[in-house]
Design a protein around this ligand. Structure first.
Ligand SMILES: C[S@@+](CC[C@H](N)C(=O)[O-])C[C@H]1O[C@@H](n2cnc3c(N)ncnc32)[C@H](O)[C@@H]1O
Length: 353
């Protein structure tokens, strides 16, 4: 039974959540509706520990609509009806009705699913970090992504990157990522990156990219207005499906030590995580950081992260604007870039550069 305090915390979360849905007028309009809907908030108390409630809830509703549920709520989703979508401001009562009618289905999804949004453009953050690592280390690296979801970023060396007026990556890539470069000077040479000697993901729930329902869940987590991100997601999932990377199933806290031991001793390893530490329950984050550090027991560790300011790497005061940061074997944190959460843009830390 949910406590009044739990419901209050969830209500406050939804009341504050419009600020995070920067590119979704629909979700911004619906957040206050959920904040005031006690019955839906009660459903959300059944979610798995650490899962961000608004991403999970909107993902669940979108999933049902994408699966073909016939309800007038679908008329508000550009992902379903394109540019004829109805005004977000009118969606509140329709959402409340949807939640009443599909309470069982929504409850099942929020209890069992995880926020696994695989944001393809975040590969450019990893690509930049690999360039920075290449400036410090000439050897091939073993790449580990913690919280890899479908494993899209593990193919970081197989995509084409359009950044400012420069292009990087193989010319025959089937996936092209475009991000805005905010620097006054051009980005560095992102073709100058270390070779990837091996690639391994770690996830609580590795996503089978050939499973239609698993793909639909990933699509549902893309906000309904972001059709370009959805198109990119489909292209990347198809690319990953041709050669799915190995992903170890389990909690990073439990599996990282053994994974590190399995890598060739003395060889450099890069651990990357994006939007993952933020979903680790607060009381597990120190253990999460230690588990990642343990991968460095067998060889030089380069640890790269892109997490929101609410969940920075332990002990590091994150830049509130959002950043990509790393540390090498000496443990000294090096902020690398300012980044948009979905990597629609990235740029030097100093806007004058
Ligand atoms: C929001 S998704 C981000 C996926 C990917 N890193 C990206 O940026 O596109 C977070 C992923 O982390 C995984 N995850 C969360 N906590 C984890 C943990 N303790 N150990 C392993 N994976 C975890 C989730 O299952 C999910 O796939």
């Amino acid at each position: 039974m949910a406590t009044g305090r739990e419901i209050d915390v969830l209500s406050e979360h939804f009341a504050a959540a419009p600020a995070t849905f920067t590119t979704s007028p629909l979700y911004r309009a619906l957040c206050p509706v959920v904040a005031g809907d006690r019955s839906t908030l009660e459903l959300l108390t059944g979610r798995r520990p650490g899962q961000q409630a608004s991403y999970l809830f909107f993902g669940a509703a979108h999933y049902l609509l994408l699966a073909g549920v016939a309800h007038p709520l679908r008329d508000f989703y550009p992902s379903l009806v394109g540019s004829s979508a109805a005004e977000p401001a009118d969606a509140g009562p329709v959402l409340r009705d949807f939640c009443r009618r599909y309470r069982t289905e929504l409850g099942e999804l929020v209890r069992t699913r995880l926020v696994q949004t695989n944001v393809v453009r975040r590969a450019v953050a990893l690509r930049y970090a690999l360039w920075a690592i290449g400036q410090r280390c000439a050897d091939p690296v073993h790449l580990v992504e913690v919280g890899s979801s479908a494993g899209i970023h593990l193919h970081v060396d197989r995509y084409r990157y359009l950044l400012g007026d420069r292009v990087f990556g193989p010319a025959d890539a089937t996936v092209s990522l475009d991000s805005r470069w905010l620097g006054r000077t051009p980005p560095p040479d992102l073709d100058d990156v270390p070779l990837i000697a091996s690639r391994t993901g770690v996830d609580l729930n590795p996503v089978d990219v050939t499973d239609e329902r698993a793909r639909r869940w990933l699509r549902a987590l893309v906000w309904p207005e972001n059709q370009d991100a959805a198109t990119l997601l489909h292209a990347a999932l198809d690319a990953v499906a041709t050669e799915p990377p190995a992903v170890v199933a389990g909690d990073a806290v439990r599996v990282c030590r053994d994974l590190g031991r399995g890598l060739p001793p003395g060889e450099p390893r890069v651990v990357f995580h994006a939007a993952t530490r933020m979903h680790v329950p607060a009381d597990r984050r120190v253990a999460f950081d230690r588990a990642i550090d343990s991968i460095g027991d067998g060889g030089p560790l380069y640890h790269v992260w892109q997490e929101p300011p609410s969940a920075p790497h332990g002990g590091h005061a994150a830049d509130p604007r959002g950043e990509l940061a790393m540390h090498g074997p000496d443990g000294v944190v090096v902020p690398l870039l300012r980044v948009d959460g979905h990597l629609r843009w990235l740029g030097p830390l100093d806007p004058a550069d």
